[in-house]
Design a protein around this ligand. Structure first.
Ligand SMILES: [Zn+2]
Length: 171
């Protein structure tokens, strides 16, 4: 039984972010490079789990490592497997089974995943704003639309009662 799921995304210096995910039993931390639109890709992947997708993959560029997230729907839960591939230049797009090392895994309820990711992305936007984000992530703007989609679907399908998930503040 997975405990509370926690996810954080913190912009570091220009072009990288530190990412941390943890449940009651373990955590994973990595430094993600801006070679991909990593936070947006993650938001789209999690959002996809509210539609027809039963499986979603996202790869982060950890320079030179590839960090690959595999999300699989299991009824109301999502199994998350995080794989490290030592050489991203050759592993990108390869099968999960070959060459990757399972670095972290958990099976939280989908609502816990959606909530944690939404909250982390919302915190980034609050702390940096769209302009500040663009300055640090350089190649990519903050994924406003993806965050709005996730918030809407998470609230609609998970019925989250948390204040920060119930649309715009002020109500
Ligand atoms: Zn929520």
């Amino acid at each position: 039984m997975a405990g509370e799921l926690r996810f954080r995304w913190e912009l570091g210096g220009a072009g990288w972010a530190s990412c941390r995910i943890a449940d009651g039993t373990g955590e994973y931390r990595g430094h993600v490079g801006y070679g991909t639109d990593a936070l947006a890709d993650l938001l789209y992947a999690v959002t996809g789990l509210y539609g027809g997708a039963s499986e979603q993959r996202v790869s982060f560029d950890l320079e030179p490592m590839e960090l690959r997230w595999l999300f699989r729907r299991r009824e109301s839960d999502v199994s998350i497997d995080v794989y490290e591939f030592p050489d991203g230049a050759t592993s990108w797009g390869s099968p999960d089974e070959t060459g990757g090392t399972l670095a972290w895994s958990s099976s939280p309820p989908r609502g816990a995943l959606g909530h944690a990711v939404r909250e982390a992305a919302g915190t980034v936007l609050r702390e940096h704003g769209e302009d500040g984000y663009r300055e640090k992530w350089m190649l990519h703007p903050f994924p406003v639309a993806a965050l709005q989609d996730l918030r809407r679907l998470h609230q609609r399908d998970d019925g989250c009662r948390h204040e920060s998930c119930r649309g715009d503040s002020g109500g």
